[in-house]
Design a binder for this molecule. Structure first.
Ligand code: ATR
Length: 272
């Protein structure tokens, strides 16, 4: 039986094993998927031991995503731009690194009938979470992708790196000059029940608002968006399932159905 793991520190909270077990059941794939705590200074040794044991691949979470990038023999473009790897595949003694977070976000939104073609997108933040979704968002052909960040220079350097005329760096204050179809919060503000200070003028009833963070209660950002007129607000639980689905596809060559697994997880989250 092929074996996979999710590695992190801490790791006890990880929902990846239950997500992948549901995918395996759904697609009739005979695999094992567990979680494993890795000591902070032992990532590379740990990976080499897993390869020697015949493990086929791992998901990598905090704080090892940069180390996973560094240990990869070959990287996808999206992982390279993200500067982080969340999926490692071990094939014929080589390590392939990918980042499925951005595709996870796109797939989650698509499964909720959100369209990207010709749309104006606002991405809030310019840290690792934002970098991870840039290429997958641009490959969906939006008309505009504004990146707003507290430290505007970071948004500017991201835009300079991607060299795409649809991408533009702005300040939070400048958001008042636009109307957006989709707003994605990739800042870490929701973790401290805070919100990025954007203008409520860039939100309308038709703006889809997404927060990459999820919690039992609606996040402060999504509450704020709703209070300013947004009808469709979505948290990041589906992104978690979506990134797992893309990792599963890379490893097994079959794309699982996200929706039933997300519904299942939503029920589990409500019981926490
Ligand atoms: P992650 O990997 O989660 O993206 P990160 O790389 O530390 O974490 O990035 C955190 C992001 O949240 C950054 O865009 C950060 O803005 P700065 O680049 O200006 O630091 C943003 N952020 C964090 N706290 C914030 C706050 N209180 N208000 C606005 N933005 C904030």
């Amino acid at each position: 039986m092929d074996k996979y793991l999710v590695l992190g520190n801490p790791i006890a909270q990880s929902r990846s094993p239950s997500i992948h077990q549901l995918f395996a059941k759904q697609t009739d794939q005979n695999i094992a998927y567990d979680k494993q705590l890795v000591e902070l200074d032992n990532f590379n040794n740990h990976i080499n031991t897993l390869i020697a044991q015949g493990i086929k691949g791992v998901n990598v979470t905090m704080p090892f995503k940069e180390q996973a990038l560094a240990i990869s023999d070959q990287l996808s473009d999206r992982a390279e731009l993200a500067g982080a790897v969340n999926t490692l595949s071990f094939v014929d003694g080589k390590i392939f690194g990918d980042n499925t977070d951005g595709v996870g976000l796109v797939n989650d939104l698509k499964s909720q009938q959100v369209e990207f073609q010709g749309k104006r997108i606002l991405l809030l933040g310019a840290g690792g979470a934002a970098r991870g979704v840039l290429l997958p968002l641009l490959s969906e052909n939006p008309a505009l992708l504004c990146i707003a960040n507290r430290t505007v220079s970071k948004a500017e350097s991201l835009v300079a790196t991607i060299k795409d005329s649809r991408a533009q760096a702005i300040s939070f204050a400048q958001t008042q000059e636009f109307d957006f179809d989709i707003i994605i919060n990739a800042t870490s503000t929701s973790l401290s029940a805070d919100i990025p200070p954007i203008s409520s003028q860039c939100i309308s009833i038709n703006t889809v608002c997404y927060d990459m963070v999820y919690s039992k209660e609606e996040t402060t950002f999504l509450k704020w968006c709703r209070a300013h007129g947004a009808k469709q607000v979505i948290d990041g639980l589906g992104m978690l399932v979506g990134q797992a689905a893309e990792s599963f596809r890379i490893w097994r060559g079959v794309m699982p159905d996200i929706a039933p697994v997300l519904a299942n997880l939503r029920v589990e989250l409500s019981k926490d």
